[in-house]
Ligand binder design. Structure first.
Ligand code: NAI
Length: 330
């Protein structure tokens, strides 16, 4: 099948070309994102392959239909950027990669937590500057602390297991309880209990109408003083302005984010020679207790290999007209 890739980076080309060594599919890679202006770039493709920040709204989907696109292949797990109703109405199928490596993202959440707690980013800079003092680097033992996990799907479950391994008490909230996690020692509780009793809250639920701004001024007010918040899921789960206020007054003790509400304007691009226009992100990066990474949770060799293999399998399944195992239906 002819496939047009949007938002393609050099690593996408490398991993997808490797996964397509038999040359069955034909690729064109574009660095541009998919949006209303860029559908004109579609030539003779039947599928588009998109990533987390491509805009696949109703207007774009109408244009995709006119261009003869029959399949939207997401090379990621999240699908909040796709208007599924519009896709269904246009008769365009949507597939995704539901679980390419939950370990990659869960381990990155742990990296953010440990990096923040033990101030690794500060130590790195201090030592390079010949400063071997410890003042200001104090952390806390994770052992025995209460970790609140919101969303215990593929990634949240791995995160829970890692935290149990650290000797933490793990409280979780999900709309579906996972029996294996309960057996392993996780306690499912109401969100309010997590807010009021967790020392660390890690977000692993998808961005939906219900979860948008899950972390907001009201929910922050219910959290423990000095709470650490980790978000590797989607930026929209957090009302960033409310979080900035809570960092300023000290209610939030530390924030580690791999995703940001307005990330599509910035992430995966190099602005090192420009002036960043996003004042909220710029403010966030001034806090000594905030660690921001640019959506790299998925970025491991294992995950990239799986993303390419499963995406091409999804496309081949569509070509054959069989059951679409990884279809995102309404
Ligand atoms: P998943 O679909 O396996 O798990 C999501 C869990 O959230 C499910 O158990 C579901 O029941 C639960 N959930 C749904 N609505 C909820 C609600 N209102 N409240 C509480 N829980 C709710 O998804 P997976 O693979 O674990 O991914 C989680 C999120 O991580 C994705 O939605 C995506 O946004 C993000 N992600 C981030 C990556 C990164 O590189 N930073 C890479 C991959 C995914």
């Amino acid at each position: 099948m002819n496939i047009l890739f949007f938002s393609a980076q050099s690593y996408d080309k490398a991993y997808f070309n490797t996964a397509n060594q038999d040359g069955h599919h034909h690729f064109r890679f574009l660095e541009y994102p998919l949006n209303e202006d860029n559908t004109v770039l579609i030539k003779d493709e039947q599928a588009v392959c998109v990533f987390v920040n491509d805009k696949v709204n109703a207007a774009v989907i109408r244009q995709l239909k006119e261009k003869g696109i029959r399949l939207i292949a997401l090379r990621c797990a999240g699908f909040n950027n796709v208007d599924l109703k519009a896709a269904a109405a246009a008769g365009i199928k949507v597939v995704r990669v539901p679980a390419y490596s939950p370990h990659a993202v869960a381990e990155h959440a742990v990296a953010l937590l440990l990096g923040l707690n033990r101030k690794i980013y500060k130590s790195y800079n201090r030592i390079r500057d010949g400063n071997f003092t410890l003042n200001g680097l104090e952390g806390f033992d994770l052992y025995g602390k209460t970790i609140g996990v919101i969303g215990t799907g593929n990634i949240g479950a791995v995160f829970c297991h890692i935290m149990l391994g650290f000797g933490c008490k793990v409280l979780a909230y999900d709309i579906h309880n996972n029996e294996d996690l309960i057996k392993a020692g996780v306690q499912y509780v109401a969100v309010g209990t997590i807010l009021s009793s967790a020392d660390v809250i890690s977000l692993h639920c998808p961005l939906t109408a219900e979860t948008k701004h899950l972390v907001n001024a009201h929910t922050i007010a219910e959290m423990k003083q000095g709470v650490t918040i980790i978000n590797t899921s989607r930026g929209g789960l957090i009302d960033t302005k409310a979080v900035v206020e809570a960092l300023k007054n000290g209610h939030i003790g530390a924030l580690g984010i791999d995703v940001y509400e307005q990330e599509e304007q910035l992430f995966f691009q190099n602005f090192s020679g420009s002036i960043i226009q996003d004042d909220v992100l710029s403010r966030l990066t001034t806090f000594p207790n905030v660690l921001v990474t640019a959506h790299q949770g998925f970025f491991t060799k294992e995950a990239l290999t799986q993303i390419a293999v499963i995406t091409l399998q999804n496309i081949s399944d569509f070509e054959k007209g069989g059951t679409l195992l990884n279809e995102v239906a309404l």
